[in-house]
Write a protein that binds this ligand. Sequence first.
Ligand code: ADP
Ligand code: CIR
Length: 362
Amino acid sequence: AEVEFKKVPVADLWEKLSKAEGCKSLLKKHLTKERYDALKDLKTSIGGDLGDCIQSGCNNLDSGVGIYACDPEGYDTFAPVLDAVIMDYHKVAKVEHPEPFFGDMSKLDLGNLDPEGNMIVSTRVRVGRSHAGFPFPPSATKQQRVDMEKKTVAALATLEGDLKGKYFSLETMSKEEEDQLIADHFLFKNDDRFLRDAGGYNHWPVGRGIYFSNDKKFLTWINEEDHLRFISMQMGGDLGAVYKRLVSALETLSKKLDFAHNKKCGFVTFCPTNLGTTCRASVHIKVPKLAAAKSTKGNKCLLDDICAENNLQPRGIHGEHTESVGGVYDISNKRRLGLSEYDAIMEMKNGILKIMAAEKAL
Ligand code: ADP
Ligand code: CIR
């Protein structure tokens, strides 16, 4: 069934947020009364408004962030609140982003983070991209979703060698096949209430699908949260191989597709946490001892302390807002804007090595 985005009047959203005492989201922290009053009646040129940006965070007061950009122009129109959230999340003093820099591939030595294969189950690096000239989920039409899907599938068909593969549309996939791909950590689902309330599932499953390379190590998600998510993943801890595969795919695809990009935001994404490099490098890692050890800083456990100190983010094993199973966590770099792709990967690598040492020491 199609899930439609029912707009709640912005005054009702504000009423709920301003009264929510226990709410710890970045939206709650940075949408002050002054900012709300200044922004509540503004619109972008395609009609995006503050309500589109904050409905998810107001309906879901347990959000960590709570705000999306209604459309790419929203990053300018609603900059007073979005910039504050961006600076807080990415730990930067100004919203600006350097030119892309993936590192010198001939010298790159990221290596295998867990050569013995004891702790790291799998490694994944993803980036998000938006097609220039297309709106974000709350205002995308069915036709625009289909147009984006077509463009992307045509570009993916030009990939060669190990990246060569096939596209599977969610509109024609069987339920069994879909569930299996989700369980195996390949495919996205449509049960995230945060994304649903941001308009992310409008017209579902129209225009949605997944591309796989024949070895299933390079994937592309079409029209999930972002227009595009390019993903490289494999079992074990070989971060070097995973990263190189992604960079090589991006090199080809950047010549075929026009990605939205600017000096302020870097690569433009729907969620402000993904701006800039859009890069999330993660491992599924066994850290039962750190997860059971007490925090010294008021967090849930020692693992959370070490993650916070190293700009890492722990997630459950079925993605954001899910739980750990058997002491296995998804741990990734948290910052994406204001640093290069190479630096984001190095931040993840160095942090994961510290986590592994801390787990072994317990
Ligand atoms: P993202 O923000 O990167 O799109 P999510 O948190 O929604 O990610 O997770 C998307 C999917 O990717 C989930 O099924 C999750 O389990 C899977 N995933 C993330 N990191 C890894 C990893 N290192 N190994 C295997 N699967 C992973
Ligand atoms: C939230 O606010 O919790 C959701 N809208 C998800 C935000 C993205 N999360 C993140 O930390 N990268």
